[in-house]
Design a protein around this ligand. Structure first.
Ligand SMILES: [Zn+2]
Length: 280
């Protein structure tokens, strides 16, 4: 079905609506800020501490007059263009950032404070097409037939989704990089290489503590050797996991280094018998 707006669009000089509304959008640009200040001044006038002070009441009244005049000036500047619109009429589209596309700023779902962006580039265009394009972003009060289950293909929304997708991909890549730096050994994950190496140091320490302790009898010896073997295996597993997950990592070197450092702390301790040629 051909809508009224389509008929108008088709019979109109193509660029007029866009040209007029682009001018109007620029003229009205300061209006939201002026209205915000006006609301603020009016609210102040009702405050008790202001009402008790005639000088301040006068100040706010003159402020309100100034702001009202500023709004009137915008209307006056807009009048010749609004006259052309009133005579011809064409489709207009308003977008609430992060919100819906509306036919008019007077849509009942909008409060005056709602920041709306006029899209003069769509003025005069086929409403059905633009609403189709806007998909779920079209206000269902302004456009009762608006499709609700389709993503908006308005360039502004496509661009926003693109930006969001790029940001999310960057975030994922960053996370993947961080995850790659973690070291997994069996069910244990070390957040950093250093944390994994600290655990190697601890296991080597336990290993030395068991391996070189003088046993009281054969059964004690067997128990100590068993403990030492467990800690040795654990230290080795972490070092090998590091080597498997970090290019160029030397598993033998970290074991040797930790062994040498920990061994020093056991020198000259009672009940320990450490051979001079002890190695990991
Ligand atoms: Zn609306």
């Amino acid at each position: 079905m051909i809508t009224t707006s389509e008929t108008r669009t088709d019979t109109m000089a193509d660029n007029l609506p866009r040209a007029i509304d682009t001018k109007l959008a620029a003229i009205y640009a300061p209006a939201a800020e002026i209205m915000r200040k006006l609301e603020h001044a009016r609210a102040n006038l009702t405050a008790m501490h202001v009402r008790k002070d005639p000088a301040r009441v006068a100040d706010f009244n003159s402020r309100i007059n100034e702001l009202t005049e500023a709004l009137d000036a915008l209307d006056a500047a807009a009048a010749p263009y609004e006259a052309i619109y009133a005579e011809t009429r064409w489709t207009r589209f308003f977008l609430v950032p992060d919100g819906h596309l509306h036919r008019s700023r007077r849509c009942s779902s909008l409060r005056w404070k709602t920041l709306t962006v006029w899209l003069p580039e769509y003025s005069g265009k086929n409403e059905t097409e633009i609403v189709e394009l806007a998909g779920e972003a079209a206000c269902t009060i302004c456009y009762p037939s608006a499709p609700v289950n389709r993503l908006s293909m308005l360039p502004v929304h496509v661009a926003a989704r693109h930006t969001a997708a790029v940001e999310s991909a960057e975030k994922a890549a960053k996370k993947a990089k961080t995850t790659a730096q973690t070291i997994t050994v069996g069910n244990t994950t070390y957040k950093t290489t250093r944390a994994a190496e600290n655990e190697i140091g601890l296991r080597v320490d336990y290993m030395i503590g068991s391996r070189y302790m003088v046993a009281v009898d054969a059964s004690h010896r067997a128990q100590l050797d068993n403990n030492a073997a467990e800690d040795e295996a654990a230290a080795r597993a972490i070092a090998e996991a590091l080597a498997a997950q970090i290019e160029g990592y030397d598993a033998a070197a970290i074991l040797t280094k930790k062994f040498a450092a920990k061994l020093k702390t056991y020198k000259n301790i009672e009940h320990y018998n450490i051979p001079t040629n002890a190695t990991f």
